[in-house]
Design a protein around this ligand. Sequence first.
Ligand code: NAD
Length: 259
Amino acid sequence: MGTRLAEKTVVVTGGASGIGAAIARGLAAEGANVMIADLDLAAGQRIADDIVAGGGAAAAVQADVTDRAAVRSAIESTVARFGRLDVYFNNAGMNSPMRFLDITERNFETVMKVNALGVLIGTQEAAKQYIAQGGTGKVINTASIAGRTGFPNFAPYSAAKAAVISLTQAAARALAPEGITVNAFASGVVATPLWTKLDAELAEMGAGDSGFDSMAGDILLGRPAVPEDIVPTAVFLAASDSDYITGQVIPIEGGMILV
Ligand code: NAD
């Protein structure tokens, strides 16, 4: 066990699967108390139990990141359990592909709501908790290369992740006077259950050739990411090493779009 996050308490939304689960495990391995906040409580609890079995400190709560009362309640549970909040990962996200001309209002609203509104609500509620504790704290957002370069079958998702990038910058400006930093990382193509679902939906649309394998073919380092590739940057952004960094978006994409 490392100690870079000893005595830090962290919430990871979407921590029940994929990138969020790897982050939860990685932060706990550095000594953090980890609260997993996810729609899927059973899966979140399994990750938390596993962390505890390995000697770490973790718990899970059910929360929909688009529901402010649920987010507030998840933060209250975290403080009741671990005493305070130091780092909040806005990581929960989803995608639902559609060809550009077929995108419906409902698809756009759903994708924007989870990926962008969820980040706004999480940032606001975490910041209120930091201010109530006397200031300082970190917010870390999971953006995507999709937010830097729009993908044709993922237009609402790309727009939502672009919103995550500008929310990161706006929140960094708004919250700096409180001693709160706000940063993001922009992942590339990461092998997670999200892609299993996307590949099936793209195949159903007749766009199976634009899925995971095709995107992974454009990566300079020659392979897609695994969730564990995100962990060192997540630890860095959560730890005091990054105290003088705010409003930044760190690409973790193996050399794919180079912006
Ligand atoms: P995943 O599907 O494996 O995990 C997402 C988790 O978020 C799930 O546990 C799910 O239950 C949870 N979730 C979804 N909607 C929620 C909501 N409304 N409230 C609370 N929890 C919710 O996906 P992943 O690939 O690990 O994605 C994690 C994050 O990384 C997302 O923000 C995604 O957009 C982003 N991302 C993924 C990739 C990739 O290639 N996998 C690339 C760039 C960015």
